[in-house]
Design a protein around this ligand. Sequence first.
Ligand SMILES: Nc1nc2c(ncn2[C@@H]2O[C@H](COP(=O)(O)OP(=O)(O)OP(=O)(O)O)[C@@H](O)[C@H]2O)c(=O)[nH]1
Ligand SMILES: [Mg+2]
Length: 511
Amino acid sequence: MTRQVGVLIDRKGNIASVMVGDHKSIFLPDLGRYRVAANRLRGLRYVHTHLRGEPLTPDDMADLAHLRFDVMVAIGVGADGLPDGAHVASLLPDNPEGKQWDVQEDLPVNRLEDDFPRFIQSLEEEFERTQRAYAVGDNRERAVLMSVTSGSKAAAEESLAELAELAESGGVVPADRIIQQRHRVDPQYLVGRGKLDEVIVRSLQVGADLLIFDQSLTPGQSRAIAERTELKVIDRTMLILDIFAQRAHSREGKLQVELAQLKYLMPYLANKGTALSRLAGGIGGRGPGETKLEVDRRRVQDRIHHLEKQLRNVSQRRHLRRQQRQRRQLPVISIVGYTNAGKSTLLNTLTHSSVLAQDRLFATLDPASRRLRFPRDLEVIITDTVGFIRDLPPDLIAAFQATLDELHDADLLLHVVDVSSPYIDDHIQAVETILTDLNLGDIPQLIVLNKADLVSPEITANMARLYQGVVISAHDGDTLSPLIHCLQDLLGEVITEEQGVSETAAAVVEP
Ligand SMILES: Nc1nc2c(ncn2[C@@H]2O[C@H](COP(=O)(O)OP(=O)(O)OP(=O)(O)O)[C@@H](O)[C@H]2O)c(=O)[nH]1
Ligand SMILES: [Mg+2]
């Protein structure tokens, strides 16, 4: 007897499959027919023989994890062909030790007669009970966040913290975070296979069916990972695009987001794999205005052309509006800054208006302009626009060109910074980089250190010196007078400089 024999048994005790392998392993059949939600056990027990009495192998444990079997049993076969002891492993619900599975070795085979239905029922109940701890009061989707890095763990953690905020903003509960440090990424799965199996078990433990990578995935990787894990798989860019899709309200915003999404997703449409079809509808697959993302490549190409044409029209109209505004010669102040820094709040407090301000990333998508009259009888246009984030997807910048172009009209950029963020330097740097990329580096800029109420006065004083900024608390109108004074002075300079130019221009135009 030189071959292992295995059977798959369903919950009712029926044999679903019989497999014959070689002396040390068995090739498992495709379990596509037994697909279940990624946060459930498979409903199949896998019982197979081991010919040398060897314990469960790493391959056995990998199969247990990635196929989420109810239990994995290896029965030793004695020289007489009769069963020896059995090794039994099952996946564990969330536990303080962070264990993924439980193994019992050398059980007498007759002990296996124990009531399996009762065992599996209580195991499933325990899974449900512990999963509930991660469901935050509702049935929002839950996600495991994954980062693969060759850099420091601290940097990866910082980046995952932001990814968690993005997930929250997108309406997803970030249930757990996993980091893998490796020198070179795995070409197929980005992470090592063992780590990916750990992710599968973690998803089961926390009841997640979504896996979000902090790093960009190639279409091939996202397909391979989705196939192995049976999870929905998206990357940071897709998550940001999805948030934008949820927030787009204006016609222009919708056109821009759909264009960015289609351009980003285009390569994923090459093969109609499971990866994309699984996304249709849920997070990562939401189109603006609930248009389902088309899965047909050629039609997508047509749609991209159509959108580009419409956007050209929109931006022409926008251009006209801007010319009219320029004719009125009101100076323009544009508020820029990292997302969630408090830009919209500042606009609201300054102009007594009520544009949406929320504690979530990318609350603002559509730009808003308001008139603002200063005490010294100076009137300006002040605009609030979409927030920035590090590694803003290039397709998104390209698609938002029309919106961002408005910033070129600004006479002054108010760069709002959240002083209470531990990542203030990174945020300022990210904004500076984007401003330079957009050729806005030459516009006069004033750093506004916001949320001063959240840190001590000593810290804000230090920051003000370090960044040469004005300290405010955008919530509170009473804190804004230093900013208003500063703006009047700066604008006074800008305007006297500009008036020289526009007077000559006017002299030329007029007959
Ligand atoms: N404590 C405190 N919170 C503030 C202050 N200013 C804004 N916030 C809060 O910060 C959060 C983000 O404010 P928003 O004005 O929406 O920020 P934003 O920069 O427009 O953000 P996006 O549009 O998402 O890029 C909201 O919950 C505000 O209430 C402040 O001075 N102090
Ligand atoms: Mg805003």
